[in-house]
Ligand binder design. Sequence first.
Ligand SMILES: Nc1ncnc2c1ncn2[C@@H]1O[C@H](COP(=O)(O)OP(=O)(O)OP(=O)(O)O)[C@@H](O)[C@H]1O
Ligand SMILES: [Mg+2]
Length: 269
Amino acid sequence: MPLLELRAVSVGYGRNRVLQNVNLTLERGEIVTLLGANGAGKSTLAKSISGLMPAEAGAILLEGEPIETLPPAERLRRGIAHVPEGRQIFAGMTVAENLALGAYASPDADKSERLEFVWALFPILRDRMQDLAGNFSGGQQQMLAIARGLMSRPKILLLDEPSLGVAPLLVAEIFRLIVSLRAQGITILLAEQNARQALSIADRGYVFENGRITLSGASKDLLNSPDVAERYLGMGSATEVSGAASAALAGRLRGVLFPDAAPAGGAST
Ligand SMILES: Nc1ncnc2c1ncn2[C@@H]1O[C@H](COP(=O)(O)OP(=O)(O)OP(=O)(O)O)[C@@H](O)[C@H]1O
Ligand SMILES: [Mg+2]
């Protein structure tokens, strides 16, 4: 049984259908990435899982149990933590207060142990517990947001664009951290516009286009095309020669992620 399963989930804002008929699974211990252009529906999907947006139709199963009607706090208690796009940390509150918010649904007994856990991951937080979060850089705020998410001892961490507005050096650190969280048994759903970096650490990916999944598969299959690797994902020359199927898949991926780019073989760059 998958850890999380979405079956034919549809979500909308008013009459505007944002997600249509989404089927998606997360197996224990995976990093799964959601890719897609601006407005494709990645954040809406994360919100529908954490409960910030109600599903209008379909089912969301956590370890086989339907959760789609549960409020966000109950989903958090059951192990789904959401690190939202734009971080949403409280700039006027201290690091300690921000972290405490992440543990609000947890028993008190767990809290000091969880602090030790996040301090081990982010030593800077231990030293700056009484600092205002607003004094942190973008990358440090992102780390604080992730740490806050980890305070509830989640089974599933929903990470929405953790690289957004973060300096490149810290982006690399955040991606390394995500890999280490998987090694500790946390299952991760990673929404990213940075397709190359996301696919390089993910086990599988889903590509969204106008609220529908148009492509999904193993990360290596999504990446495994010299054309995509060289022209669009900035990986330099590719070493593997892909088969026809993976080249076709990669061509679709390119079309979805980079709709404005010149077609393969086109003259303009
Ligand atoms: N609060 C809202 N009210 C109405 N429509 C919204 C709202 N938030 C998002 N939408 C619409 O829902 C669609 C999907 O948005 P969503 O934020 O899920 O996309 P996204 O893939 O996360 O995009 P981005 O890469 O820009 O973060 C867009 O068409 C957007 O205009
Ligand atoms: Mg988004």
